[in-house]
Design a binder for this molecule. Sequence first.
Ligand code: FPP
Length: 253
Amino acid sequence: MLNFFSAKKKDRSENIEIDMSRIPKHIAIIMDGNGRWAKEKKLPRTMGHKAGVETIRGIVKEASALGVKYLTLYAFSTENWKRPSDEVNALMNLLIQYLRKEFKELNSNNVIINHIGEISKLPSACQKELIDAYNNTKNNTGLTLNLALNYGGRNEIVRAFKLMYEDIKSNKLNEECINENLISKYMYTNSMPDPDLIIRPSGEQRLSNFLLWQCAYSEFWYSNIKWPDFTKKDLHRAIYDYQNRDRRFGGVK
Ligand code: FPP
């Protein structure tokens, strides 16, 4: 249980004490390993994704309880369309089910259900659920849950260039206005802080086209745990490690 009267949260199973005054504002997770988790259990890959949804449920709840302001989950990349259509369809259905089933609880926990990525390419039923979920939670004030769907970092940068080009053509922008802050505003994450911590379970150590612009000074945390087995204890470990890093942002201390 989270002790709101203490500045530290102790995970009793290990010597982990999270400093509640230094919780990362923005955590981003590459939810990897669902397929391998299922294969190990001789189950179809889609069962791995289904188990992955259960993990999402617990991690969103814990992140919200810890006071994380933004949680970005990489759920479907611009490259994931290359997967067999059965798997793509199963992922889209899981998304719809998740939003329908979890909406009430997320809303009562004050969560804003947001999405990033080119959702106009998703099946219309998914688009509708995502847009409704956002419209019905946008005035909440708790955790912003960013579901990254048909998201790719390069695609996002191309989109930003195109939007800027339009604004230059219509004289809303000129060369002098262009700086890093302005470019950030053209990203899907426009008003959000960059991720402090990027977590990738499953043993892979790459970014896979995730938040390329935003990750300039993110701390990375990898683990061999596959996403369906990822627990709130793993989240605590990642936050604890993050809190023990020396972030210098290119400067000296
Ligand atoms: C990567 O594991 C995972 C994905 C591409 C999909 C993640 C989706 C979910 C957890 C569920 C659906 C999402 C929502 C928001 C309800 P992988 O399949 O690449 O695993 P592998 O590398 O072991 O094959």
